[in-house]
Design a protein around this ligand. Structure first.
Ligand SMILES: Cc1cc2nc3c(=O)[nH]c(=O)nc-3n(C[C@H](O)[C@H](O)[C@H](O)COP(=O)(O)OP(=O)(O)OC[C@H]3O[C@@H](n4cnc5c(N)ncnc54)[C@H](O)[C@@H]3O)c2cc1C
Length: 505
């Protein structure tokens, strides 16, 4: 079959590589000038800044894409395991070195609050049970209610109806440990107090499989997948903005796409990796949508957005690890400001990424490449004018990092800089409400309740990426690509007999 994939994020690339390996004729179209979507790489002044994902978990999911095409991931890209996985810093000066060294974890828990040692053992057992039940579902479709009903007993058993923080807080008493073991949903765009307790499995996933870094930065993984696609005979074109998914009137079947310039590209199936809200609201005419109506799309809860500063410094900050989680003075209250009240607070919790701790190739010698991420409200309320606010917000982050002693004299040492904010997610990445992670991972927006990978409205239209099942994060979106490739299946595959015939019809 001729298959058009809209978007070259990890979800789109995963689907494209698998489908091409099955023998289909795949063409990937992306509106940006480089592939990767949120994993875009900003290159300036001798620095390479990964735009989005930095933490690689469940590397077997990546390896499987290469193996499925008869290749070895190691021949394309190198992963190295990090230690510590990340430092978690608190305002009282304490630091929790989070790793998979169990003995060291227990030693630190004891130092923070000895009484929590018993609670941690219980939390660990609970998270392990959840991991064992939920992880195998990551690459299984949840398009039918029966899929959900089959999984329901296990979900009830692991108390998926509770929140991650609800579970963690019931076992741990120390406020800092509660934060250290409950913040993970933020990596997936979730409020720890609202995200389904299924996500407690992330702790065990990290402990069992490690936290990894792609040498050369996450951009090297994007390049590796693009190369794999091309090695298998697939094609990718940048600067191709898809305006409409074309649908046959009578059969309601996807028949191709129309680009912004008017060019029509025909296809037997369309896989869409664009943001789910925008896909249905902007790219599929309303008359074809009953299930995915405007009402449904507008009433989904979308994740928070992010303000990300990319800075190159003329010195190295060796006091900082590869990943630093910097907790501010407030936790739940700040999260409520971001997710519910949609207020831009004066305080923040930050994630600081310093890949040059592990790989100096990303910055000139003697320099560090950083990104500093602050979760911020999405654009639902729309009262934050980022074109005005960004500079002030950036300055307050720099001052905070200096004042707290995390990055002394940062302002004097910045020699290269760029930032993105909710306007970027909305405008450049076409994400509804400027959300950074798509649909929020609450229980009522997970599994069968989450947008499905096969459109209910349009035959031959498949959906991958953060807003679809199973959800945001590299392992999730790569798995959505597998789900869709499995659905389309190799049975319909016909080896390409001529040069890709997808060019404008
Ligand atoms: C700042 C940040 C940090 C993150 N850190 C991590 C992390 O450390 N680990 C982790 O696992 N996850 C992380 N995530 C989450 C993870 O990056 C995302 O969930 C994942 O990369 C999203 O992939 P996707 O397949 O949904 O596609 P996206 O990356 O969203 O890509 C979609 C692509 O579609 C294209 N597109 C959209 N509309 C059109 C159109 N009409 N025509 C053509 N092309 C179009 C866009 O240009 C884009 O390239 C992070 C996310 C962010 C924002």
């Amino acid at each position: 079959m001729k298959i058009v994939v809209i978007g070259s994020g990890f979800g789109g690339l995963s689907a494209a590589c698998r489908l091409q390996a099955q023998g289909h004729e795949v063409l990937v179209l992306d509106k940006r000038d480089k592939p990767g979507g949120r994993a875009y790489v900003y290159e300036q002044d001798g620095f390479k800044f990964d735009g989005g994902p930095t933490i690689i978990t469940a590397p077997y999911i990546v390896d499987d894409i290469f193996e499925n095409a008869g290749k070895k991931r190691e021949d394309y890209v190198e992963f190295v395991k990090l230690n510590p996985f990340y430092n978690i810093r608190f305002e009282d000066g304490s630091v929790f070195n989070y790793s998979d060294d169990e003995e060291d974890l227990l030693r630190q828990i004891k130092e923070f609050n000895e009484a929590d040692l018993v609670g941690y053992e219980k939390l660990k057992a609970k998270a392990q049970e959840t991991y064992e039940k939920a992880m195998p579902l990551i690459d299984k479709p949840f398009g039918k209610l029966t899929d959900m009903l089959k999984a329901a007993p296990d979900m009830i058993k692991v108390q998926a109806y509770r929140s991650v923080a609800g579970i963690v807080n019931s076992y741990l008493k120390d406020d800092r440990l509660r934060q250290a073991f409950s913040f993970h949903p933020l990596f997936l765009g979730g409020h720890p107090y609202k995200s389904s307790a299924m996500y407690t499995m992330v702790h065990r996933l990290e402990q069992e499989m490690g936290v990894w870094f792609t040498m050369g930065g996450t951009g090297a993984l994007v390049k590796a997948l693009v190369k794999l696609l091309q090695d298998c005979g697939g094609e990718i074109r940048q600067n191709q903005m898809v305006e409409e998914i074309l649908i046959e009137e009578g059969t309601k079947k996807a028949k191709g796409v129309r680009l912004a310039g008017g060019e029509v590209i025909e296809a037997d199936a369309v896989v869409c990796n664009a943001d789910i809200g925008n896909t249905y609201l902007k790219m599929v005419p309303k008359k074809f949508r009953r299930w995915n109506s405007d009402f449904r799309m507008k009433n989904l809860k979308y994740s928070m957005s992010a303000f990300v500063m990319y800075v190159g410094t003329d010195k190295k900050y060796d006091n900082l690890a590869h990943h630093e989680i910097i907790m501010g003075p407030r936790y739940k209250e700040l999260l409520d400001d971001i997710f519910q009240r949609k207020l831009l607070a004066d305080d923040f919790s930050l994630y600081v990424y310093r890949p040059t701790k592990t790989d100096q190739s990303l910055a000139p010698e003697g320099c560090d490449a950083f990104y500093i991420l602050s979760p911020v409200p999405n654009k639902k309320k729309g009262d934050i004018d980022w074109s005005v606010k960004a500079k002030e917000y950036r300055d307050s982050i720099v001052k905070y990092l200096e004042d707290m002693g995390y990055m002394p004299e940062l302002s004097k040492h910045i020699i290269s800089e760029h930032h993105i904010d909710p306007d970027h997610f909305e405008g450049e990445l076409n994400s509804y409400r400027g959300s950074a992670f798509g649909v929020e991972p609450t229980l009522t927006q997970s599994a069968w309740f989450r947008p499905h990978n096969e459109s209910e409205d349009i035959k031959g239209l498949y959906l991958v990426g953060a807003g679809t099942h199973p959800g945001a994060g590299v392992p999730g979106v790569l798995s959505s690509g597998k789900i869709v490739a499995d659905m389309i299946g190799s049975s319909a595959a016909k080896p390409a007999t001529k040069e890709p015939s997808l060019a404008g019809a």
